[in-house]
Design a protein around this ligand. Structure first.
Ligand code: SF4
Length: 331
């Protein structure tokens, strides 16, 4: 089955949102169904789902910059001149996006071609202008930190000795390539499961090293393998058309920037068995929110059955707080 945007999707992000607040999950993933309540709510919802905070943009742009840099490394064109060009480009893109966001008339009718950028502009938060240069500096510093790190030397070595190397292209996601081929598990037929690490190297047959960069809160629980890592590992195994890890060697590294803290794990068969069961449980949980549990139609049940969180703290920073309040007028 090719990637189908209408089918139910399962991803760690979706599950995190669903567990965070069911109403937020509805706003984010079933926005168009708001038209049955009020067209203005739908259009506002489409606008809000495109907003991100400056801090989230720092993570996103770091991702883009590192991906472009790794591609230079792969082609052996990572000269200082080309690195400077990448930095100039990302600074310009961030400045342009910031100005588009700042000058946008957020009261105007929703325009799908309009770029929406910052939550800070939409909610008119103070001192937003000051944050642009700080954000650009953070992104560039993340690249410099990586370039001067020991991890950089290891990645450089992977380019020398690997059979093949995978570098994610976050600016132009290839959903078919990101999809985990999991039709061999009946409960997951027709569910789109997407996962894509930042960088992977096949060192020799059945030996994989995968690196995923993080800029969020550091995972202090170093002992247990995070679900996201297990899902990526499952993808690698399914690509080899088997569900047995015994003759494979998968090492997974999580690298935080700018701290350079590194977590790593050797993936075991138990991790794979656990994550398959976890995905089945997650999908069954998601199916409770769609009509007839039909993953191919993926129509949500009535929005009133998506409950609001009771945590005021979660609402304070929620992108959807405007329409969440507006919706109360229709309830
Ligand atoms: S404002 Fe609060 S209740 Fe409403 S969607 Fe956001 S997190 Fe959920």
């Amino acid at each position: 089955m090719a990637y189908n945007s209408n089918n139910l999707w399962r991803s760690n992000t979706r599950l995190t949102v669903l567990e965070y607040c069911q109403k937020k999950y509805y706003f984010n993933y079933y926005t168009n169904f708001l038209k049955d309540i009020d067209e203005k709510l739908r259009l506002d919802g489409l606008l809000l789902k495109n907003l991100k905070s400056i801090e989230m943009r720092v993570g996103e742009k770091t991702h883009h910059l590192l991906s472009d840099y790794l591609k230079l490394m792969k082609k052996k064109t990572d000269s200082q001149e080309n690195i400077n060009k990448l930095k100039e480009e990302i600074s310009q893109v961030m400045t342009d996006d910031f100005n588009i966001s700042k000058n946008r008339d957020y009261e105007a009718w929703y325009d799908r071609n309009q770029k929406f950028w910052l939550t800070e502009h939409y909610y008119k938060l103070e001192d937003t202008d000051k944050k642009l240069q700080e954000a650009i500096d953070k992104v560039i510093n993340n690249l410099d930190t990586f370039i001067w790190s020991e991890r950089h030397d290891k990645v450089s070595r992977f380019f020398e000795i690997s059979q093949s190397v995978y570098i994610e292209s976050p600016k132009r996601p290839d959903y078919d390539n990101m999809r985990i081929i999991i039709d061999s598990i009946p409960e997951l037929m027709d569910v789109s499961i997407l996962a894509s690490p930042d960088f992977g190297a096949i060192l020799w047959d059945n030996r994989f090293t995968i690196i995923d960069r993080k800029s969020w809160k550091e995972n202090m629980n170093d002992d247990s393998v995070p679900d996201q890592i297990k899902v990526y590992a499952l993808k690698m195994i399914l690509k080899k058309w088997k569900l047995n890890i015994n003759d494979m060697d998968i090492k997974w590294y999580e690298v935080y920037l700018p701290s350079l803290k590194v977590n790593w794990w050797q993936i075991t068969q138990q991790d794979i068995d656990d994550v398959i069961q976890k995905i089945i449980n997650d999908v069954n949980f998601q199916k409770q929110f769609i009509v007839d549990e039909d993953v191919t139609r993926n129509v949500p049940i009535a929005q009133k059955n998506f409950h609001r969180t009771t945590s005021a703290k979660k609402c304070e920073s929620c992108t959807f707080r405007k329409i969440c309040d507006d919706l109360k007028n229709f309830e």
